[in-house]
Write a protein that binds this ligand. Structure first.
Ligand code: GDP
Ligand code: MN
Length: 397
């Protein structure tokens, strides 16, 4: 009995991309450390957004709280001149789908006029086993984009995690990005504070982009706060659990069902058995020009029921254009996969094309079932990836 119980217990969730937390949660950590931030509050309804804007009494920025970068460009960050505009914007944003993710709450913050937008962040450089301090005088755009367009504008310095960040290292960064004495002092102080957060919560990434120079005060203020935690450190951070509970409902639902699921920002659903295989599937889809919507590992030995659950979770994502199921049969039997898949599809109202690649145990039986239901079946991973990318492309246009 004990053994059976153990086998049926949901697998603990494995995450491979770190645990992102919301901007409002990251701001909380910034605030506790004394980093200057525009005032604001989290709102779940347009009425709350209006009230919040009234309290601030100045133009505000309404920001969708979703766990993806680049919200600004995707229409998730909007300026409101007055409370009724804040109401309208919040009304449009709440419930809307941005980069494939539904907006459940918005942050309403005082709008700050900035004379300059900087970048400041710390991240783990695993290959070199160091922490990287990254700074730039050209903030406000993605670091990846900056790296592509103006790599010379990126200041990077390795910090020895055992020794910690020295004051002079932070100052050096400030002057390297051309700050005045006054701003350099502020920058140094913020840098040390962000580093403290980074160390104390075992983060993978802590960044402020933009860290702005306000044109009214001439001082630095963090207009954005982004943190990714290292979930390997989960065991020593009881506070992670609290933050986790506030995260994406779909991820939580998947976790409760024992599935390793991570939401990404593309539109091609990915399901596989085994973390390595799912990772490889993401890569091959990206290689052929597709954008994965998620990472979903059903684990080894999945039965029809597990497959059924996984497909249902996957189909709950908004904005899906196609789904790629990639199975290496071993202890997982291909006919079980086919049965679970067909069952989930027949129950679902969502109609998106599926491409299945399955090889291994009971492949023939599985293939027959899929053929009956006219589900595309291919036996090469590359061909299947190309096909799903094409299907998604056709669905988009
Ligand atoms: P992200 O796109 O997800 O990184 O969201 P951000 O919080 O960085 O907001 C996107 C962009 O909106 C920023 O890069 C800023 O240029 C701009 N922005 C955000 N808040 C303010 C603000 O208070 N004042 C001004 N002027 N711009 C802001
Ligand atoms: Mn930003």
């Amino acid at each position: 009995m004990v053994i059976l119980f153990y086998i049926h217990r949901p697998r603990p969730r494995k995450r491979f991309f770190g645990m992102k937390i919301h901007e409002y949660q990251a701001r909380e950590l910034f605030r506790n450390e004394g980093i200057p931030l525009p005032s604001g509050s989290l709102c779940g309804t347009p009425e709350e957004a209006k009230r919040s804007a009234e309290e601030i009494g100045k133009p505000v920025v309404v920001k969708a709280q979703i766990l993806v970068a680049g919200r600004g460009k995707a229409g998730g960050v909007k300026m409101a001149q007055n409370p009724s505009e804040a109401y309208e914007i919040a009304k449009n944003l709440l419930g809307a789908v941005i980069k494939g993710i539904r907006v459940d709450s918005v942050l309403v913050v005082e709008a700050v006029k900035s004379q300059k937008e900087l970048y400041l962040g710390f991240t783990v450089d695993r290959a070199r086993r160091k922490i990287a301090l990254i700074a730039s005088s050209e903030g406000g755009i993605d670091l990846e984009e900056l790296a592509r367009t103006k790599p010379e504008k990126i200041f990077r310095r390795e910090i020895n995690p055992i020794i910690g960040l020295h004051h002079f290292e932070a100052r050096d960064a400030a002057f390297s990005i051309g700050l005045s004495e006054k701003n350099a002092n502020e920058f140094t102080s913020i840098c040390l504070k962000i580093y403290n957060i980074f160390k104390s919560i075992d983060a993978d990434l802590v960044e402020s982009n933009p860290l702005a120079i306000s044109s009214t005060t001439g001082s630095l203020v963090a207009l954005d706060a982004r943190i990714t935690l290292d979930d390997n450190a989960m065991f020593r951070h009881p506070e992670y659990k609290q933050m986790d509970e506030e995260l994406a409902p779909l991820e939580r639902e998947a976790q409760q069902q024992g599935l390793a699921f991570v939401q990404l920002d593309g539109d091609i659903g990915i399901i596989g058995n085994g973390a390595g295989l799912v990772m490889a599937t993401l890569d091959v889809v990206a290689y052929f020009g597709g954008k994965p919507a998620n990472f979903l590992d059903m684990g080894g030995g999945s039965r029809a029921d597990d497959v059924h659950k996984a497909v249902k979770i996957c189909l709950e994502q908004q904005n899906l254009k196609a789904v790629f199921v990639n199975i290496l049969g071993g202890i997982t039997k291909c006919d079980e996969v086919a049965i679970g898949l067909v069952r989930a599809l027949s129950e679902s109202k969502v109609k998106v094309p599926f491409t299945v690649r399955m090889v291994g145990t009971n492949e023939e039986q599985g293939r027959k079932i899929l053929a009956e239901y006219k589900i595309e079946y291919l036996d090469s991973m590359e061909t299947a990836a190309q096909s799903v990318v094409k299907l998604a492309h056709e669905a988009r246009s």
